[in-house]
Design a protein around this ligand. Structure first.
Ligand code: APR
Ligand code: PHB
Length: 409
């Protein structure tokens, strides 16, 4: 269904039913919010999703595309895993390129048969949007002036404005799934929350192009010129990244300049095999590590990017978001079915245990693969020695593989 279709259905439901009451008000219709809504719906728990942007805008964002098994299992549980199974690419290994040579990390052999599925976040979001629309459930797109109230008591409310008209949702719980720049985390008093943050002194310049991938598996490259990543969306669509300056302007990168620089960061065989073509999308993303603690404030629960950000090296962002939502959906369902608050009480601690392990992994993989302003000749030699060790030692490779395919939920 097109974004317009989703928006249209949402508007009809919205106009008919507001002011409304629901069990869980979900702020944000990214993958976290939509997956939570779907898992709750399957268990008979009501929710309303509100989103600041249009459905088309949400679908226009290009994000990472590597799903852990835990994430695919949650998509199955939500009843939206069919396309990820049919069209997703099962990857049992990745390649590390350094000192001009590629080395394979056999994810499957090192983890007792596990793998990842390469399937774009945009497609995950589309599958979730369509499932929600098909079930006739309300998502309200294009809301403004969203504010959260009363979550420290028993009767929270979410207020917003749509087409100039004020609305209010009364609910039992609020799920803050509104990303790093959302209103949910910002609504918590500063004294109740602690933020941990590291900003990296570079960005990733990403290009999406309708060309076959240079290699069947992902290539993570450490080079004197900076990091590069060769990823893909399908057998005919590639996603490539180059480490670039944090303040660079994407307009200064022609497609030709991008392909030339990527070629320079690949080994000779891959450079020769690289197929280039016009970019469908080109953007620069900053890199950040961020965690907010705790993830629960009374009846407000943060999930996904609203609570934590990882740099994209290792593609943990969406997977962490899915894991949060897995814990939160279980806790809410248990609350309604069994009148138990055990899962809700344990939510923040459970998530943060997993979040910090993924934060550590993403920081480590980023530090190992990129040029920092102070890397210098010594730093590069140190990185290369660590990479040598990594590919030679089964224990070190296994530690990478175990984290890459994802820790158990
Ligand atoms: N009111 C309603 N919606 C909001 C508000 C607001 N005040 N502020 C932000 N939003 C919406 C955003 O427009 C966005 O669509 O919340 C949504 C949050 O979605 P994401 O940023 O995709 O975050 P999340 O769903 O947690 O997904 C995490 O996505 O950002 C990537 O790398 C991240 O892969 C990870 C995954
Ligand atoms: C992607 O395909 O966009 C991607 C893959 C792996 C990463 C990051 C991004 O580590």
């Amino acid at each position: 269904m097109s974004g317009f279709g989703v928006h249209f259905i949402a508007r009809i439901l919205c106009d008919d039913r507001f002011p409304m009451r629901t069990q869980v008000a979900i702020v944000g219709a990214g993958p976290s919010g939509l997956l939570l809504a779907q898992l709750l719906h399957r268990a008979g728990v009501d929710s309303v999703v509100i989103e600041r942007q249009s459905a088309d805008h949400v679908l226009g964002r290009i994000r990472a595309g590597v799903l852990e098994k835990v994430t695919v299992d949650l998509l199955d549980q939500a009843g939206v895993g069919q396309r990820a199974h049919a069209q997703g690419l099962v990857h049992e290994g990745i390649e590390l390129l350094f000192k001009g040579k590629r080395h394979r990390i056999d994810l499957s052999a090192l983890t007792g048969g596990s793998h990842v599925t390469v399937y774009g976040q945009t497609e995950v979001t589309r599958d979730l949007m369509e499932a929600r629309a098909a079930a006739g459930l309300p998502s309200v797109y294009g809301v403004q002036a969203v504010s959260l109230h009363g979550f420290d008591g028993a009767h929270p409310q979410v207020r917003y404005v749509l087409d100039g008209i004020a609305h209010e949702i009364e609910c039992d719980f609020i799920a803050g799934c509104d990303g790093y720049h959302g209103v949910s985390r910002a609504s918590v008093p500063a004294s109740a929350i602690r933020n941990y943050e590291r900003v990296y002194p570079f960005g990733w310049l990403g290009v999406l192009a309708e060309v076959p991938p240079v290699s069947p598996e992902l290539i993570y490259a450490n080079t004197e010129r900076g990091f590069a990543l060769c990823s893909m969306r399908s057998a005919t669509r590639s996603r490539y990244y180059l480490q670039c300056g944090a303040d660079e302007n994407v307009q200064t990168w022609s497609d030709e300049a991008f392909w030339d620089e990527l070629r320079r960061r690949l080994d000779p065989e891959a450079a020769q095999r690289l197929v280039t073509g016009p970019s469908i999308e080109k953007s620069i993303a900053p890199l950040r590590s961020f965690v907010a603690e705790p993830m629960r404030f009374g009846r407000l629960f943060l999930a996904g990017d609203a609570a934590h950000i990882v740099p994209p090296t290792g593609a943990k962002g969406l997977n962490l978001a899915a894991a949060d939502v897995g814990y939160l959906s279980r806790a809410l369902i248990e609350h309604y079915r069994e009148r138990s608050s055990a899962g809700l009480d344990a939510y923040s601690q459970r998530c943060l245990g997993r979040v910090w392990k993924a934060e550590r992994f993403s920081w480590w993989f980023t530090s190992l693969m990129h040029r920092f302003p102070d890397t210098g000749a010594f730093g590069l030699k140190r990185q290369e020695a660590e990479l040598d060790y990594l590919v030679q030692s089964r224990a070190a490779s296994a530690a990478l593989a175990e984290n890459y395919v994802g820790l158990p939920l």
